[in-house]
Design a protein around this ligand. Structure first.
Ligand SMILES: [Zn+2]
Length: 415
């Protein structure tokens, strides 16, 4: 078997356009560019979800405490409906969503089940629904929890899978899947984790229920469990039910990450935190704050962490980072005045060191010194600078910042 490509190369990146001539080819990062069409508008269509759930071609990604079920560290295992039948009731989507909300009963527990979408490249034997066809994908949380019955079913599924030689692969950051599987795993992990963190309403504190095939949560107006002591089923008023947007939406935390180029274009600013291995440096990064633009956040973070004042900031590419819910927005930025290049770590103590590296040293490190944070440097590494691997957006930003082509793209425009 040939090793799967680690970085996605969707067809659109190879297409010619005015924009690609002007700005260069789009950079597509690991965890993005899923082969699955999410078909978000079908998530409340229960007849569709019901057909997808029971279809023989349907594939289920299983997560146990967020660790995905795998054949090996580089390959996901896709279960069939029969494998998860004990945990996922066949009649789950038989009632319309509105009726499910109306008959909510907090005593009944359900596993997190997420409809991921259809893989339209696998149409043979797949599901055909109106004008859409392909292989349906779901993610299921098999972590033993909830009612006793649910826990027993989850444990049975885990044992049955492990008896087949499969394992739930625990790792800090998944960097060994193919590009397609990394994106499928990222969507599964992000949504199951979000559901687990939002089982109670943030406004009124009562339990919530998953709706829209696990991609939103509702605070139901009634709870059958309240009626046991002759009380009304009605729950206290909740602000989330008073407007049209009466649902909780999955959270995505925008984060900036930036490769900074010196005024003369010959050096790149990199930093390191104490937890990094020796000689390992990366781009600067930080959360975007409320009421802050991406460019403002880039300027603030670079000044706070390194004391460097930026001029132009250009957004380069982005990367979903499902640990737990980040969207890394990658930028390239430049200092316009050499006087603004002076490094100071006195403001924010986040970095242990920040330094300007010559482009030649960075290029060498990109060739022989890249690795995951937890892995050793490659066999060709001879000491000196170490950098993140190509599966991290930091690597793509550093590569662009070190490349003359990136800065020449606009001048090469044939328009
Ligand atoms: Zn509420």
């Amino acid at each position: 078997m040939t090793p799967a490509p680690q970085i996605p190369v969707p067809a659109h990146t190879l297409a010619e356009s005015m924009l690609s001539r002007h700005f260069g080819r789009e950079t597509v990062n690991y965890f993005s560019s899923s082969p699955i069409n999410r078909l978000s508008f079908l998530r409340s269509d229960h007849p569709f979800l019901s057909a997808a759930l029971k279809h023989p071609a349907t594939r289920f990604v299983l997560l146990n405490n967020l660790a995905p079920l795998t054949r090996s560290s580089s390959e996901l295992f896709y279960a069939k409906y029969d494998d998860v039948r004990k945990l996922v009731s066949q009649d789950l989507f038989d009632k319309p969503e509105g009726d499910m909300i109306k008959s909510y009963d907090s005593r009944k527990t359900y596993p997190n089940l997420i409809f991921l979408g259809l893989d339209e490249s696998r149409k043979d034997g797949g599901l055909a629904w109106k004008i859409y066809s392909g292989t349906p994908y779901f993610a299921v949380d098999v972590t033993p929890k909830g009612s006793e019955e649910q826990q027993t079913a989850a444990k049975d599924i885990i044992s049955a899978m492990e008896a087949r030689g499969l394992s739930f692969f625990q790792t800090r950051v998944m960097m060994t899947f193919s590009a397609d599987e990394a994106a499928i795993y990222a969507q599964s992990r992000a949504l199951i984790d979000w559901n687990n963190r939002n089982t109670f309403c943030g406004t009124c504190g009562h339990p919530t229920m998953a709706v829209n095939a696990g991609t939103k949560r509702a605070c139901p107006p009634t709870d059958a469990a309240r009626a046991v002591d002759g009380k009304s089923e009605e729950r206290p008023a909740c602000n989330t039910r008073t407007t049209l947007s009466n649902l909780s939406f999955p959270r995505t935390d925008p984060t900036i990450i930036v490769a900074v180029v010196s005024a003369d274009g010959k050096r790149i600013l990199l930093g390191r935190s104490k937890r990094f291995p020796p000689n390992w440096y990366s781009t600067l990064a930080g959360f975007i704050e409320p009421a802050e633009s991406v460019e403002d956040a880039v300027r603030r973070e670079v000044w706070e962490e390194a004391g460097v004042t930026l001029s132009r900031v250009v957004i380069h590419s982005s990367q979903p980072w499902p640990y737990p819910a980040n969207l890394m927005i990658g930028a390239i930025a430049q200092v316009s005045d050499p006087a603004h290049e002076t490094i100071s770590l006195q403001h924010d103590p986040e970095l242990e060191d920040a330094r300007w590296f010559e482009v030649e040293e960075v290029e060498e490190a990109l060739k022989i010194g890249t690795s995951d944070l937890s892995a050793g440097a490659g066999p060709e590494y001879k000491g000196g600078l170490r950098l993140p691997p190509p599966t991290a957006i930091a690597n793509q930003l550093i590569k662009a910042a070190a490349s003359a082509e990136y800065f020449a793209a606009g001048t090469n425009a044939k328009m």
